[in-house]
Design a protein around this ligand. Structure first.
Ligand SMILES: *Cc1c(COP(=O)(O)O)cnc(C)c1O
Length: 380
């Protein structure tokens, strides 16, 4: 299935809703059936038939089909946030006594899930440097059930060699979950490299307009169906029909956005890389990135996030640089239409150098962003 078919046609049975071009928002919690037999059928097949919106809702189902197809999955679960998706996928794969190997410095709340919440239920975790594949093998224990990956990571842009790690996992009967938010399914398809379940913060690229918080889980039918009928319905972290509709609207332009962002980010990155006030640019698609060859092998093109090290450690100057930018809004998150800057030193995390600044490139044109950076860099 190509992107045009998935985005414009798949799942859209327009004859079912008065030939409306865009699907309706089925803003209903409940679905009624005319006979006991029909109600029983719905109850027995909640993953396919609308019974109650915590399970299945027609607006959400259209989205589910499109997301699964974009990732090359049989099926998907749409959740109320990236963390609802990640928590459901991870909790659904583990039990007391299990051990997880996770890449170090994952998304903050993924770290909390593994190291704080799950540790209360007797699940242990080893955090490793995932840039060296052998670290997965070294951290493995007899109780290891899950490898958790994030490639690239969305702060320091470390990658993992997906195919090599999958081979280790398969040899040892270990399940793999990967957060693919950074790349989006347009730029990387981990299921095709053998990952068992892919999770996303759909608040980022999949929605793409900074107006929805949502998440997705994608995988084979044999994994998604039991997860849906089991822990997803139990944990209840669903998306609202209204937000599912907004996500459908965002998806219409996903490939266009990703292609535009790849181009403008590369231009911006090249400008910064050659700028005398910039010590280093950290971006997987820059030939100086230590994992450039791996990035080219696993990913179709770059996405819109990168970090730089500025040539000053004076936090007053760093602050002045950030404050001076006009187009780059100062905020957390990323993946929307608007370019962003996040000075990492405000997190007081000694793991990162003070002069590390993260950028997200939105949908503005490169020349506008470069001119903005040029005037702000003058202060350093
Ligand atoms: C934002 C983010 C999440 C969490 O998603 P929410 O939708 O905010 O819950 C998970 N992983 C990555 C890489 C993220 O950037």
């Amino acid at each position: 299935m190509n992107h045009s078919f998935i985005i414009n046609q798949l799942g859209e049975n327009r004859g079912d809703y008065q030939n409306a071009v865009t699907p309706p928002i089925f803003q209903t919690s409940n679905f009624a059936y005319p006979t006991v037999a029909a109600l029983k059928t719905a109850l027995d097949d909640e993953i396919h038939v609308p019974l109650y919106t915590r399970g299945n809702n027609p607006t959400v189902s259209i989205l589910r089909k499109k997301i699964a197809a974009l990732e090359g999955a049989d099926d998907a679960i749409i959740a109320g946030s990236g963390m609802a998706a990640i928590s459901t996928a991870v909790i659904g794969s583990l039990k007391t006594g299990d051990h997880v190997v996770c890449v170090k410095n994952p998304y903050t709340w993924t770290d909390r899930l593994l190291n704080q919440l799950l540790s209360r239920f007797g699940i242990s975790v080893s955090m490793i440097d995932g840039t060296h594949t052998e670290n997965f093998e070294k951290a493995m224990k007899p109780a290891t059930r899950l490898f958790y990956l994030e490639s690239p990571n969305s702060l320091n842009f470390d990658l993992q060699d997906i195919a090599a790690i999958v081979a280790i996992a398969r040899r040892n009967n270990i399940m793999t979950i990967m957060d693919n938010s950074y790349a989006s399914p347009i730029n990387q398809q981990p299921l095709k490299m053998g990952i068992d379940m892919v999770v996303h913060s759909a608040s980022k690229y999949l929605s793409g307009h900074s107006d929805v918080v949502a998440g997705v889980i994608c995988g084979a039918k044999e994994r998604i169906e039991p997860l849906f009928a089991g822990d997803f319905l139990t944990l209840g972290g669903i998306i609202s029909p209204n937000d599912a509709w907004l996500m459908l609207r965002g998806l219409r332009t996903l490939p266009l956005r990703m292609n535009h962002i790849a181009e403008t980010t590369m231009k911006t990155v090249n400008f910064l890389d050659n700028h005398p006030k910039v010590e280093q640019v950290i971006y997987p698609f820059l030939p100086s990135h230590p994992q450039y060859d791996l990035a080219k092998r696993q990913m179709r093109q770059g996405s819109g996030q990168f970090s730089i090290l500025l040539k000053t450690k004076d936090t007053q100057k760093l602050e002045a640089f950030c404050n001076r930018l006009q187009y780059f809004l100062m905020a957390v998150s990323w993946g929307g239409f608007e370019s962003l800057i996040f000075p990492v030193f405000i997190k007081n995390n000694s793991e990162y150098p003070v002069n590390l600044v993260r950028f997200y490139i939105g949908l503005e044109d490169a020349d506008t962003l470069i001119a903005d950076l040029e005037q702000a860099l003058a202060i350093i």
